[in-house]
Design a protein around this ligand. Structure first.
Ligand SMILES: [Zn+2]
Length: 258
């Protein structure tokens, strides 16, 4: 009797374990694969149900754009996890693919109908990752977001070419607070319009600085700002290297093409 009970118990246990195993297998995420781009190793969990070749292409051109924006980034493997709905951003951001970077992991929503937008978001986060590695910490908010958007735009344009798409420019709202307030910002403005204006102004200043002083100087500035994230660091950098005052910076920024 005991042995029969034992056998039944074992059978039930075996069935339960098999069922649990089958459930775990169903819910388990696909295994990551290694993708190497320009000598940079990425661990990628491709989106379930999407065309793997297209997803790999999106990863590859996003990583290339991030490498072009931040060529030196030291050691490390970024892990990319594609998913459908990350559910963390406010409702007004929902129609666009969402991406977040936390340490070495980047989670990104995959839009099969919009690979250019997906490439943009992924390159943006990969540029943040590389910039953080280069600087040994986050740099000033405006330059962090400005350079990430430069990488995102490069990736979106390249994806548009690869996938024969149109890339529509986003409406950029005016930043009325001036350069001093932009370079002093240490937190994202609240609200859709304020946040949109901050991102647009950050891109504009990063673009103008790159056009005027080049990528090497821009990354040297990023390192200095990571060590001392203050408006004074930016103005002191420009004064020491280019003898430019805050007024002169405001003048070349307003003259830069929009
Ligand atoms: Zn960002």
């Amino acid at each position: 009797m005991f042995s029969r009970m034992g056998t039944d118990f074992c059978k039930r246990l075996a069935v339960a374990l098999l069922a649990a195993g089958a459930l775990a297998a169903c819910s388990r995420a696909p295994a990551p694969e290694e993708i190497e781009v320009a000598g940079w190793r990425l661990s990628v969990v491709l989106p379930a149900g999407a065309d793997a070749a297209s997803a790999r292409k999106v990863v590859s051109l996003a990583a290339r754009a991030a490498c072009a924006t931040v060529p030196e980034a030291g050691e490390g493997t970024a892990r990319i996890v594609f998913g459908k709905d990350l559910g963390i951003l406010p409702h007004w951001a929902a129609p666009r693919p969402v991406a977040v970077q936390e340490g070495d992991e980047i989670r990104v929503g995959y839009r099969t109908d919009d690979p250019a937008a997906t490439a943009n978001r992924l390159a943006h986060e990969l540029a943040h990752w590389r910039l953080e590695k280069l600087c040994g910490g986050r740099t000033a908010l405006w330059l962090d977001e400005g350079l990430a958007q430069v990488a995102g735009r490069t990736a979106a344009n390249e994806a548009a070419r690869c996938f024969s798409l149109d890339v529509s420019e986003r409406l950029s709202l005016p930043w009325k607070q001036g350069v001093a307030a932009l370079v002093a910002a240490t937190a994202y403005p609240a609200g859709r319009d304020e946040s949109g204006a901050f991102y647009a102004a950050s891109l504009r200043l990063a673009d103008a600085f790159l056009a005027r002083h080049g990528l090497d100087d821009c990354l040297a500035l990023a390192k200095e700002l990571a060590a001392a994230p203050a408006a004074e660091t930016f103005f002191a950098f420009c004064a020491a290297r280019y003898c430019e005052s805050a007024d002169e910076i405001a003048a070349w920024l307003s003259a830069a093409p929009r």
